[in-house]
Write a protein that binds this ligand. Structure first.
Ligand SMILES: [Zn+2]
Ligand SMILES: [Zn+2]
Length: 304
């Protein structure tokens, strides 16, 4: 809720005219409580979980129309009913855990100082804060994910997320309820360290989930703009983690590749990439076609 009763009052308080975006924000949020604005995240997450993976469903169903060559694990093909089941499971967790978590976590957002007023943050402020949020989440998520691959963590909790050895977009938020709760901590830490505007917070929650859906897409499209983000892992990177499954000691990071590089947990993946590259080069020089299965081994490869 804004502390101004009119646009005129807001202009006087800021000592300048409001920008177009600020006027829009004033008109939208002036009579809405901060709690109500925070709860917008529930609607945003519902829309993202339901609609962002939809193009990937069509791509999976139209594999024969030329998309097959981009599938990371081409031997795996999911039917419409299998994808629908995944979506229904995700929605059950959404209404039982994700939604209530949003409703109940408002006091923590108030405590760390997420603001809803004017002025709105600049584009640079939003960008730099999002960069901090992604970096903090990536680092914290790395260690929690790595812990979840210990025998107890995997069997009791993380096994559920690995039910899809060849991930699909809908499977990004598919996880045990305890994992959903635990992974709320890395998402919260960045905004707690560098609190910003509610709009930045909305963007953070939305972009993190869109990134997770892209990472779980199962497709490695060469024109994907995320390929230009430095140290970005992407679909191929995380797909390998799912492919190896329980034994995986590789590619724990959620967004970037630097943690796995620093702590040496990308060796299996790097070795695999090198092997495949050599295989493709060998096939090329033998004048054979260079298609075929992307992944061959059934367990994590070690280079040492
Ligand atoms: Zn895992
Ligand atoms: Zn995953």
């Amino acid at each position: 809720m804004l502390p101004y009763s009119s646009l005129h009052e807001a202009t006087a308080a800021l000592g300048r005219n409001l920008t177009f975006a600020e006027t829009f924000w004033f008109n939208y949020s002036a009579n809405k409580s901060d709690y109500y604005l925070y709860c917008h995240n529930i609607l945003f997450l519902f829309v993202i979980f339901s609609f962002v993976p939809l193009p990937l469903v069509f791509v999976e169903l139209l594999r024969s129309a030329g998309f097959d060559k981009y599938k990371i694990q081409p031997k795996v093909k999911l039917s419409f009913s299998e994808m629908l089941k995944c979506y229904k499971d995700v929605m059950r967790m959404f209404f039982l855990i994700v939604g209530p978590l949003q409703l109940l976590s408002y006091p923590s957002i108030k405590m760390i100082g997420i603001r809803t007023g004017l002025p709105l943050p600049s584009g640079w402020e939003i960008f730099l804060q999002l960069l901090v949020y992604f970096t903090v989440e990536d680092y914290t998520n790395y260690w929690i994910h790595r812990f979840l691959h210990c025998k107890w963590g995997y069997e009791k909790i993380h096994r559920v997320h690995h039910e899809y050895p060849a991930p699909i977009g809908f499977a990004a938020p598919y996880a045990h309820w305890a994992e959903i709760l635990i992974l709320g901590i890395p998402s919260f830490l960045g905004p707690a360290m560098v609190p910003g505007h509610m709009i930045t917070f909305w963007l953070w929650i939305a972009l993190r989930q869109i990134e997770a859906i892209e990472t779980h897409s199962g497709y490695d499209f060469p024109w994907n703009p995320t390929k230009y983000i430095p140290f970005y892992g992407g679909a191929d990177y995380h797909d390998y983690h799912h492919y190896v499954g329980e034994q995986s000691q590789s590619n724990f990071a959620s967004v970037f590749t630097y943690c796995d590089f620093i702590y040496g947990t990308d060796k299996g993946y790097r070795y695999q990439k090198k092997l495949l590259w050599k295989l493709k080069e060998g096939v090329k020089s033998g004048d054979e076609h260079n298609g075929g299965s992307y992944y061959a081994p059934t367990q994590d490869l070690k280079s040492d």
